[in-house]
Design a protein around this ligand. Structure first.
Ligand SMILES: Nc1ncnc2c1ncn2[C@@H]1O[C@H](COP(=O)(O)OP(=O)(O)O)[C@@H](O)[C@H]1O
Ligand SMILES: [Mg+2]
Length: 359
């Protein structure tokens, strides 16, 4: 009759074969390795190879030994992916799991051939890098093209200005106004595409410094006061005297975009505040306008997306402003949050890192 241990051993062999996972143990006292049949098969050896060094690149071997040391000291189980050079010199990648059986002074574990997985991962990384390079090249091309297109466009604007509509008939005047409007839209679109492609191919340089956010807010506040007066709106801004660490020019671009949106949608009032919260300085740009429809909220940062409010009310725009805001915020590692209630208004918050205090 078979002993229980024999059955367990036979079953273990079967399980190993079916799963393709080998088993090994290391007798710490006698410094001896034991490999299971499956383990021998994976490594291409006939029996336990006591000198593992022969089968591993030095770097992986050292890491494996260091892991064993940690296991003996702290008893944590660990996992490591290593490169093996089999006896027929073919290279395979294996995942080694190890744990310590303290009372027996044994380290034991499993070994799984993950070569296929490693190769697929390498192919995916290569494909992703190629796609990223292609996308960067495309963005670079777009940036170049839109930059070159700006020159004739600026010339067109100049000629349009020179062509004063003094002696125009009503019909000619209308035509001149339409051409002027179209060239303004084209200029706006080109500038935004240029900004976006620059951000995409990494052409936007970031210069982080410590700067006073209060000064930036009061400068913008003074400038936008005029816009407020023209639109019969109130602009309220509250400044704080706080240093933040970021790129002042890019933060200003974000705030300008948020302010121009707020002015586009406000009913009576636009406000800009800042306040400190833990390690962050929060700048809030708020309006009391129609708000963003709940179904639009998750798309407003997408390129060329225009919300229901814009479509319903025929408000001008291209849907690129917030895309630029989002890309700049990503480059600067700044979080942006949006809250909006239909017909109550919208608030955008910018979480800027406060400058480190020097002691
Ligand atoms: N303050 C706001 N109030 C209401 N809707 C807003 C506000 N800001 C942005 N939106 C919505 O987000 C959309 C995208 O904004 P944005 O990317 O800035 O477009 P654009 O470049 O045309 O100004 C807008 O079409 C609008 O629906
Ligand atoms: Mg906008």
């Amino acid at each position: 009759m078979k002993m229980l241990d024999d059955i367990a051993f036979e079953n273990a062999n079967l399980i190993e074969k079916l799963s393709g996972i080998g088993y090994w143990k290391f007798d710490v006292k006698n410094r001896k390795f034991y490999y299971s049949q499956q383990m021998c098969q994976i490594l291409g050896v006939k029996k336990t190879a006591s000198n593992l060094k022969k089968y591993l690149p030095l770097k992986d071997y050292k890491k494996l030994i260091a892991n064993f040391g940690r296991l003996l000291r702290y008893g944590e189980k660990n996992t490591q992916d290593v490169k093996f050079i089999r006896s027929d010199k073919s290279v395979i990648y294996c995942r080694v799991n190890a744990c310590l059986i303290k009372e027996k002074n044994i380290i034991c574990g499993t070994l799984q051939d993950i070569t296929e997985f490693v190769n697929i991962k390498a192919q995916l990384i290569k494909a992703r890098n190629e796609a990223e390079n292609l996308s960067r090249e495309k963005s670079f091309f777009l940036a170049q093209a839109s930059h070159d297109l700006r020159q004739p466009l600026y010339a067109l604007k100049l000629y349009l200005d020179l062509l004063q509509p003094k002696n125009f008939t009503k019909q000619q005047w209308k035509l001149w106004e339409n051409i002027n409007k179209s060239s303004d839209s084209l200029k706006y679109l080109l500038e935004n595409v240029l900004d976006l492609s620059k951000l995409d191919y990494g052409g936007t340089k970031v210069f982080k410094t410590n700067f006073n956010i209060g000064m930036l807010i009061s400068d913008l506040g003074r400038e936008f006061k005029h816009t407020a007066e023209c639109q019969d709106l109130t602009l309220e801004y509250v400044i704080c005297n706080c240093l933040v660490c970021s790129d002042a020019f890019l933060v200003e671009r974000i705030l300008r975009n948020l302010l121009s949106n707020a002015f586009k949608f406000a009913d009576k009032k636009v406000s800009m505040f800042c306040h400190e919260h833990k390690q962050k300085l929060i700048v809030e740009v708020k309006d009391d306008g129609i708000g963003i429809a709940p179904q639009d909220k998750k798309y407003i940062f997408d390129a060329f997306y225009q919300g229901q409010n814009v479509r319903d009310n025929n408000i001008e725009g291209m849907g690129l402003g917030l895309t630029i805001v989002k890309r700049i915020a990503t480059v600067l590692h700044i979080k942006i949050s949006v809250t909006s209630k239909p017909n109550k208004g919208t608030s955008f918050k910018l979480f800027l890192p406060k400058a480190a205090v020097k002691h």
